[in-house]
Design a protein around this ligand. Structure first.
Ligand code: FAD
Length: 332
């Protein structure tokens, strides 16, 4: 009799916990379309269990809201349209996230481990007196997370004890939610004056490219200092065009001014995990590997047989890139 009661109590208690658990996902978007990481963050939130609310803040962000509302299993989509969110500055969004948290008392707040999430979440976490759990690559339970540390050289599993867990998740570790099968209601986010004196958005110049986006491309061709100049990157663009690939670069290539820094792959650049990563004239420093070593197949072209990139590559070609790359492009 006693054991039956206690089991009922346990079941009720765990249901109660489950019911109370709720996650706020902060959408990254450009008002019109969602940044792919939002779909990965949503998938991570689903792994946490419990209710999911998505916050979309912007100016005229209706199209982004519409896409998100189609995701299966959302409790609601909160929408905040305000001129203060022009440029999506972390300073104005922090106040909004805090007001939203105050109203709904979420147990988890999740965003992508991108420049957007990295600027916003530490501010939110500091205000909530919570330790942010960054670069999450696995979710074992509602409080136990796996994250990459020391530039990907060690994997840490931690139990987060803060009442509100603030997580940034790596897009490459969570398969994108397909945004199908749901019809969540959208509601206004808490109203407030979100303008801030701390920063004001002046403008932005975004690089435009017809090639796939680096972090979501199936194939990435990256070049390093071995390319020797920005002009020589044309060799990689030609190869990329044949493979419908995005083009990335090492930090050395970016620092040398060969290519813009939004192409940088690595610890302080973008994290990519395509089906195929072709590293051309890249030595394979740990900070570069941190950004691409989860790629499914890695091909390296380098004239130095001792280059560390060969230790992580599935296929290695010891050759002069100025001969090998045009030859490869020609054969495709
Ligand atoms: C805190 C910190 C963060 C960092 N973050 C990043 C990061 O995010 N991303 C990143 O990439 N780096 C990062 N770095 C820099 C990193 O340590 C390396 O300096 C950088 O990755 C080297 O770039 P590279 O391989 O292009 O250049 P190099 O190391 O100079 O290698 C060039 C390679 O090209 C080969 N080569 C030369 N000519 C040819 C040819 N004709 N044919 C074929 N091969 C040729 C050479 O054999 C060599 O292996 C970071 C460093 C620090 C300290």
């Amino acid at each position: 009799m006693f054991s039956k009661c206690s089991r009922q109590f346990t079941v009720q208690f765990s249901n109660q916990i489950k019911r109370l658990q709720s996650t706020l996902v902060i959408a990254e978007h450009n008002n019109e379309s969602l940044t792919p990481i939002t779909q990965n963050a949503l998938a991570a939130a689903k792994k946490l269990g419990g209710d999911i609310t998505v916050l979309v803040a912007g100016t005229k962000c209706g199209p982004a809201v519409e896409k998100l509302a189609k995701a299966n299993g959302l409790k609601r989509v909160l929408v905040a349209e305000n001129d203060a969110f022009k440029g999506f500055t972390a300073e104005s969004l922090t106040t909004l996230v805090l007001a939203t948290q105050k109203q709904f008392n979420f147990t988890h707040i999740v965003a992508g481990a991108t420049a957007f999430g990295k600027a916003l979440l530490p501010r939110v976490a500091a205000k909530l007196d919570s330790s942010p759990v960054t670069d999450v690559i696995g979710i074992k339970s509602a409080d136990t997370f796996v994250r990459s540390i020391y530039a990907g050289n060690a994997i840490q599993t931690l139990v987060a004890k803060d009442p509100v867990k603030v997580l940034s998740v790596r897009g490459t570790s969570f398969e994108a939610d397909n945004l199908e099968g749901g019809s969540a209601a959208s509601e206004p986010a808490p109203a407030g004056s979100y303008a801030t004196d701390l920063t004001s958005f002046v403008g932005q110049e975004l690089s435009k490219s017809d090639r796939p986006e680096l972090t979501s491309a199936n194939v990435v061709v990256s070049g390093g200092r071995g390319l020797k100049s920005g002009d020589n990157f044309k060799l990689l663009y030609d190869l990329a065009d044949k493979l419908n690939a995005a083009v990335g670069a090492s930090r050395a290539a970016v620092d040398a001014g060969y290519v813009p820094n939004d192409m940088q792959v690595g610890q302080t650049g973008k994290i990519v995990a395509p089906d195929l990563y072709i590293a051309v004239g890249i030595s394979g420093a740990i900070q570069h590997l941190a950004g691409m070593k989860d790629s499914k197949t890695i091909v390296a072209i380098n004239k130095d047989p001792e280059a560390p990139i060969f230790q992580v590559s599935d296929y290695g070609l010891v050759a002069d890139l100025f001969k090998a790359v045009p030859e490869l492009t020609g054969k495709l």
